[in-house]
Structure formats: C-alpha cells, structure tokens
Design a protein around this ligand. Structure first.
Ligand code: BDR
Ligand code: CA
Length: 299
C-alpha cells in the first residue's frame, strides 16, 4: 500500500481525486494539506473538511492548512471553472476542524518520520511543497516521490497559450520543487487532456448509491449545468491519483524542468530531456485511466 500526503485546492477535479484516494485499497492517506488556488485557502480548506466528513466517515484523515498566497503576489482563483466557493455543490457543514495550521511542517514531519515511505500527490499550486522542501535536503531525500498535476510540456497551456494553471499560479515554488532533487512525476496537460468524462455520459457517470458516487455525479452535473459551452470534464487531478496507484498507465521521459517565472511565457514548463529528477508523462492509456477513475468513485 502506498502511503500519501495529498496537497490540494478543491476544486471540482480535486474533489474527484480525493474521492478516488479515499476509496482506493492501494493508498493510505496520511493527511491532506490545503493550498489556495482554485479558490481562497479558507474555501479550499472548508471544502476538504466537508468532503472528508461526508464520505470519509470513520476514517482518521488529518487536514493541515497551508499557504494563502504563492511565493509572490496572490492566487488568481478559478471560480469560473470550479463554481462558487471552488466546488459548486452544497455539502453539509464540516463537523471536524483542521488538525494543524502548518501544512509544510506536517509534510516534513510525516516524511522524516518514515523516510522513503511517504509520497506526496500535489494537485494545486506547489507553494506548500516548496515550503516543506525549502533548505531541507533531508526532506527531499525522505519523500519517495512528488506526483504533481501540473505543466504543459509539449502542448499548449490552459490559462495562457504557454502555461497550465497550477504552475502559472506559483512558478517560483514550482521551480524550487523541480530543483530540490526530490523525485517528481509530472502529470501535465500533455496527458490529462486525453482523459475526460463527456457531458453525454451523465447523469450517472459513477455507478452505485454510495455517497462517493452520488457526490461525484453531483459535481459533474453541476459543472456541466453551469457551463453550457463545455462538453468534456477533464480528469486533471484524478489522473495524478491514478498515476500514483498505477504508474504503468502512463509513459514517461526523464528531464530537468525549468519554469519561466516572468513575462508573457510565465508558467511555461521547459524540459531538457535526458538525466533529471522529473519523469514527464507524455503518453497515457486513456481508456484504462478513465476506468480506474470511474471504478474508484463508483465504489
Ligand atoms: C489544474 O488546475 C486546477 O484548476 C485543477 O484543479 C487542476 O489541478 C488543471 O490545470
Ligand atoms: Ca487542483
């Protein structure tokens, strides 16, 4: 069983990714760390607490609160994609509260307590992950892998022609993570754009009557209702969780990744292939990957 800390900014596709991880027999969630991004930090944290309370019944999943803003400036948020408050669906108010107010320390402590055994799945801007690694080569060595949803290496971006949202929001932290020496798997738009659920597949994209299937179906239905022009819901963050469970769903090339921090190309992920700490996902068995997502949420 792979033990993971999930760093996230829920976020509709983050929520699907969390449902998968909560249901997966192959993952044990050591904790969830929240970051601003799709919505404010207060909203993403509240969304994570509500989701875990609602579907994680009885499971002890600590939630640690992270960064409110990126290394410089502020997050721009994506309510137009994810809906009001970042999720767009009404979940009962959370009864639990956050376990810690310091996501970076939480990540560091978990990694150092079990060197080599904890992976991080990063589904938002990389601010918390960079803070955990800052000046700490021991932490970079202790984390087995950071599986990042982010980047657009050989394909156009989604917030600008050059940049994917998570990397664009905090390119400084992304650079710091890629240069830290920690092993990174980069699940970018190169592969996530190939995995989606189509509007016509609803209203029961996920089967069964579990809270998880029900919430997944609500999130998709609401997302398609709000955005009449959109035909496909991209499984960006869910694919990163699928990759952590079943890496062979994807094909990779090793690289060094440099991120452009300023100007028109801000957030662009530039690969130099060859030796390097980053495994860039460039191919995906989309049919199998979508099956993994559907099966875990239908659970
Ligand atoms: C990424 O940006 C966010 O809006 C999604 O949650 C995903 O993490 C896709 O570019
Ligand atoms: Ca996200």
């Amino acid at each position: 069983m792979q033990r993971v800390v999930i760093d996230t900014d829920p976020g509709t596709d983050d929520a699907l990714a969390l449902l998968m991880a909560l249901n997966s027999p192959d993952l044990r969630i050591e904790g969830i760390t929240t970051v601003g991004g799709n919505a404010t930090l207060a909203e993403t944290t509240d969304n994570a607490l509500r989701l875990v309370d609602h579907v994680g019944a009885g499971r002890d999943v600590p939630i640690a609160v992270g960064a409110e803003r990126p290394a410089r400036g502020s997050f721009s948020h994506a309510y137009h994609v994810h809906g009001a408050d970042g999720l767009g669906v009404d979940l009962p108010a959370a009864t639990s509260t956050a376990y810690s107010a310091d996501a970076a320390k939480f990540m560091r402590d978990r990694a150092l307590a079990e060197p080599g055994r904890i992976a991080v799945i990063a589904l938002g801007p990389l601010t918390n992950v960079a803070a955990a690694l800052d000046g700490r080569p021991d932490v970079a060595q202790a984390i087995s892998e950071v599986c990042v949803m982010g980047g657009a290496v050989e394909v156009p971006g989604n917030v600008t022609p050059h940049a994917e949202f998570n990397i664009y929001e905090d390119p400084w932290s992304a650079n710091a993570v890629f240069a830290s020496g920690v092993p990174v798997t980069l699940i970018g738009l190169d592969v996530t754009r190939g995995t989606s659920l189509h509007r016509n597949g609803g209203p029961r994209w996920f089967q069964g009557t579990s809270r998880s299937a029900d919430l997944g179906n609500h999130i998709l239905a609401n997302s398609f209702r709000e955005r009449a022009d959109v035909q496909e819901f991209f499984l960006h963050d869910p694919l990163a969780v699928a990759a952590a469970i079943e890496p062979e769903l994807l094909t990779y090339r090793s690289a060094q990744i440099a991120v452009v921090t300023d100007g028109e190309e801000r957030g662009r992920t530039v690969a130099s292939y060859g030796d390097g700490p980053v495994k860039v996902a460039l191919g995906v068995d989309a049919g199998r990957a979508v099956d993994v997502v559907r099966t875990l949420i239908s659970n």
